[in-house]
Design a protein around this ligand. Structure first.
Ligand code: NAP
Length: 197
């Protein structure tokens, strides 16, 4: 995001997280860090990159005025590691983390995306040997269009599939069990799904 010219603030439950400080030191004036609440105040667009089990709490720590009418790209997955590997989904089938966030914060424009690929692929899908797919779910058409433009022009995604409203976050979150199994058997997270017609 910084390479694309954006100002980026990385959040944490407590300001001054060691990893955030290292990241700021490496990335210069466009990078800053703080609490989740400070990030919500700072950002024109928000990205939820928190552990799924903590996402609602992280967002609740922000002032509602700093969330209302902003786009939130929700890349989180509701993974429960409490019984070890592989994790299970803490919500699925008839609900999803994306929907829980949208219900809890009706003023946010939640767009679920990027949760089905590794972080290195999110921002550089061109490193894979063929075109692969990225999904969008959300209730607000304009917010999805804005996110699609970032994915296309910013990161280089070409196969962007709008699945529908935020309830379709269920199906991409439920891709995680097969994604994790594939990562374990292949020994790398650097892969993605493609739709072949
Ligand atoms: N890593 C990837 O390649 C990748 C790919 C696709 C999707 N995702 C999704 O992106 C999210 C972030 O993944 P990650 O790999 O960065 O590591 P992670 O360990 O899942 O998430 C770390 C973040 O979650 C916050 N957090 C953890 N427990 C919390 C709680 N109880 N309350 C509030 N915040 C809490 C941490 O805050 P503190 O800084 O305060 O500890 C930190 O900001 C996950 O939902 C993951 O499924 C990750």
């Amino acid at each position: 995001l910084i390479q694309l010219g954006h100002q980026v603030k990385m959040g944490s439950r407590k300001a001054g997280h060691e990893k955030a400080l290292t990241w700021v030191a490496k990335n210069g004036a466009a990078a800053s860090q703080g609490t989740f609440a400070e990030c919500a105040h700072f950002g024109e667009m928000l990205i939820n990159c928190t552990a799924g089990g903590g996402s609602i709490d992280a967002l609740k720590s922000a002032d509602l005025n700093d969330l209302n009418s902003k786009i939130l790209i929700d890349i989180a997955n509701p993974l429960d590691f409490s019984h070890g590997m592989p994790p299970t989904l803490s919500v699925c089938n008839t609900d999803s983390l994306g929907e829980q966030i949208q219900r809890t914060f009706p003023g946010l424009k939640v767009v679920k995306s990027l949760n089905t690929v590794n972080a290195a692929i999110m921002v550089n899908p061109g490193q894979l040997s063929a075109e692969s797919v990225i999904f969008l779910s959300g209730n607000d058409a304009a917010a999805k269009a804005t996110v699609a433009e970032l994915l296309r022009s910013g990161f280089g995604w070409t196969a962007i599939v709008d699945l529908g409203d935020i309830s379709t976050a269920r199906v991409t979150e439920m891709l995680l069990p097969i994604w994790i199994r594939l990562m374990l058997v292949q020994g790398t997270p650097l892969f993605n799904f493609a739709i072949i017609r």
